[in-house]
Structure formats: structure tokens, C-alpha cells
Design a protein around this ligand. Structure first.
Ligand code: PLP
Length: 392
């Protein structure tokens, strides 16, 4: 059976060149970077070289990169760690602004802070999932310490105006006594957009290796010099004392290799993925009773997302899987109750439609044959499900 993996927003396959770069660090180069003998120091050098390479790609200093285990950890550190540091634990003093469509790692970190007494302004989005910079400007208060808005939403692919927002915050900071820090979750953006932190004007930026062909279990947080952070994990002094735990060296080396590969022929890859995504979107919209979710133009190249009338999301995923296609849906079936996606809800998509959500996410390895196969199979699956769907 043909197999087509179109769930690259969930995770990606490790690139063989990444694996090759990692292997020495899983074999002979096994020292602990904290050890002062030559086994350790050789590895420490590899970690520090990796840090320099990331920094040159993101446009920052090596000392501004903290390696973590994943983007969830980076987001937790950015939100909880930053707010704790800036308020000295006096949470009731602080106000933060967070978009209502953040990934759960950001969303739940903000909810956690809210429970501790932080005042949170939850930003609304329009029907395309776009935030409104004016709404943020209006929400800012004297005690606002953080704005957190993701660069690209993972469920429907809308690109948020991060650089514009960065500019606005920078301008406001010039006239304020206390600074507003700006965090973005760039997990879904890194492969296709410019993530230069100077250009974006961010103080904190989260990334995850497994979303761009590095292994799972490694991520990073860019933290601009001077941005206060309290560490969340106690122990050793690794990562400038901000993240205890022996470094995941092989994966750090893999993450850097993957990041270098992202930058190789980036323009051509973007063009190709956009072409395939648009072919997929055009073909799927022909089915009828299907609506594109997210912004039609301001959308990341690899994400095509829809709501399908009269077909339930998980049923589509399961039937697609039977034909060898991996996809995903925003609705999750928990305890037999269908929970509509909070992202689609924020975009005012009614629950009866959001139950039929479908996300197909491509990679630079996706082929035109893969797309043709989906366009051959999916209409039949939808037809089949519509036939058996209860009439409302
Ligand atoms: N942020 C976004 C936008 C994501 O898409 C994901 C993963 O789906 C995460 C954060 C969490 O990443 P990780 O699995 O590395 O914790």
C-alpha cells in the first residue's frame, strides 16, 4: 500500500544527514560536557559550537540560546520563568497578554500564572485566526510584563504579524518605566519564514527540533540578554544556570544540523511546498461542503486545513490511515465526548463544522504523487462518511 505522511506539523522524519551528524555522539563521543577531562571537554566544545551556529542563524549571541527538551519546555520557561523572575514571585502585581490560540504549552502556562494571581488578557482572533495589534495596544497596562503571540498557528497555519508587533512593543518600551517582554512560539514557522530575532523584535523565541527533521526530545529558547528568567528545573548549572540537567548532546548536534539544512535552498523549498499545498487546497475545495480554515494568503507553506461538512474529523483520519495517509484533526475525542478545537472556536467556527476538521501538513519531502493520491482518495472517504452521517 502507498504510504503518504501528511502530518508534518505533528512531527517530521529525522533527516539521514542529521542522524549521521548525531551518531558519533551516541557512540565514541560520550563524555559529559560538565566533566573537566578531555572526554568531557571535547563534548562541551561540540555543544558550544552548536550554540554558536544556532546563534548565527537566528541573528543573536551564543549566550542567548538555552537548549531545552522541547518547545513545551521552552514555552513554560518563557512564560512562567519570565513572569516569576520579573515579579519576584509576587504574581498579583503582573499583567500579561496572550493569544487565545496558543499551543497548549503556552496557553496552559498562562492559565497556570492566572491561577497564581497574574492578570491575563486573552486576545481574540478574527475569522482567519489573525490577532489585531490595536487590541494589544489597547490592552497594555502599566504593569504589563509580557506579550506572547505565536508566529504560526499549528492547527490552521495562519501567520501572525510578529515583526510588526515587535516594532510596536519596542516603541512603547521607550516611554515606559518597566519593560514589556515579547515572546513568540516559532515552532511552525522556522522552516519557511525568517526567524531572525532582531528582525522580529522578540525577547524570547521557542523552537522544537522534531518539527524540522531533528529528533524528538530537543528544543531551544532564545532569551535576549537582560531578559529575566527564573529556572523551573533545579539541579546543576547547565545552560547558564537556567536549565538543570546533563545536555542531550547528540540531539543538540542533530538540531543544529537540521537547522543548517533548513537554511539550504530555503527559497526553492518554500516555493515547492507552496505549490503542492495550493494544489492540495484547490483539489480539496472542489469536493464541496468543505471550507478552508485559517488565512487564505497569510498562511504557512506546509499547512492545509479545512472543516468538512457532514464528516467527522477522527473518522476521516482513521479512514485515511486505512489507505496509507497520515493526517490529523483539531477535534479530539476524549471520554466519548467530542471536544471541538479551541482554535476553531476562537475563529467563530460553529461546533458542528469544527467536528469535521482536517489538517494535512506537508514537508519539503512531500511529492506531487503524494498530493495526487490524497486527491484521489479523500473525496471517496468524505462521500462515504456523509452517507452514514446522522442527518441533523
Ligand atoms: N508549539 C507549537 C506551535 C507546536 O505546534 C507544538 C507541537 O505541536 C509545540 C509548541 C510543542 O512542541 P514539543 O512537542 O516540542 O513540546
Amino acid at each position: 500500500m502507498k504510504r503518504v505522511y501528511l502530518d508534518n506539523a505533528a512531527t517530521t522524519q529525522v533527516d539521514p544527514r542529521v542522524l549521521k551528524a548525531m551518531l558519533p555522539y551516541l557512540k565514541d563521543k560520550f563524555g559529559n560536557p560538565s566533566s573537566i577531562h578531555s572526554w568531557g571537554q571535547e563534548i562541551k566544545k561540540a555543544v558550544e559550537e552548536s550554540r554558536k551556529k544556532v546563534a548565527s542563524i537566528l541573528g543573536c549571541r551564543a549566550g542567548e540560546i538555552i537548549f531545552t527538551s522541547c518547545a513545551s519546555e521552552s514555552n513554560n520557561l518563557a512564560l512562567k520563568g519570565m513572569v516569576e523572575a520579573v515579579t519576584n514571585g509576587n504574581f498579583k502585581k503582573a499583567h500579561i497578554i496572550v493569544s487565545s490560540i496558543e499551543h497548549h504549552a503556552g496557553l496552559d502556562s498562562a492559565k497556570h500564572l492566572e491561577k497564581l494571581g497574574v492578570k491575563v488578557t486573552w486576545l481574540s482572533v478574527d475569522q482567519y485566526g489573525l490577532i489585531d495589534i490595536k487590541e494589544i495596544e489597547k490592552a497594555i497596562q502599566e504593569n504589563t510584563v509580557l506579550v506572547s503571540v505565536m508566529y504560526v498557528n499549528n492547527e490552521m497555519g495562519t501567520i501572525e504579524p510578529i515583526a510588526k508587533l515587535g516594532k510596536m512593543i519596542k516603541k512603547l518600551n521607550k516611554f515606559r518605566q518597566s519593560q514589556i517582554y515579547f515572546h513568540t512560539d516559532a515552532v511552525q514557522a522556522i522552516q519557511y519564514l525568517n526567524c531572525n530575532v532582531q528582525g522580529l523584535g522578540v525577547d524570547l523565541l521557542s523552537l522544537s527540533g522534531h518539527k524540522f527533521h531533528a529528533p524528538k526530545g530537543v528544543g531551544l529558547l532564545f532569551k535576549k540578554d537582560g531578559t529575566p528568567i527564573t529556572r523551573l528545573q533545579d539541579g546543576g548549572g547547565q545552560e547558564f544556570g537556567l536549565r538543570a540537567g546533563t545536555e542531550n548532546v547528540a540531539s543538540i548536534v542533530g538540531l543544529i544540523k537540521a537547522l543548517e539544512l533548513v537554511e539550504e535552498h530555503k527559497k526553492e523549498k518554500v516555493k515547492r511546498v507552496v505549490y503542492l499545498r495550493d494544489k492540495l487546497i484547490k483539489g480539496i475545495l472542489k469536493i464541496g461542503g468543505v471550507q478552508l480554515t485559517g488565512h487564505p494568503q497569510k498562511r504557512i507553506p506546509h499547512i492545509a486545513s479545512f472543516v468538512v461538512k457532514g464528516a467527522e474529523g477522527e473518522a476521516m483520519i482513521l479512514l485515511l490511515d486505512e489507505t496509507g495517509i497520515a493526517a490529523s484533526s483539531g477535534s479530539a475525542c476524549t471520554s466519548k465526548i467530542l471536544e471541538p478545537s479551541y482554535v476553531l472556536k476562537a475563529m467563530n467556527i460553529p461546533p458542528e463544522l469544527s467536528h469535521g476538521s482536517l489538517r494535512l501538513s506537508l514537508s519539503s519531502k512531500t511529492t506531487e504523487k503524494d498530493i495526487d493520491y490524497v486527491l484521489e482518495v479523500l473525496p471517496k472517504i468524505i462521500k462515504k462518511l456523509r452517507k452514514i452521517a446522522p442527518k441533523l
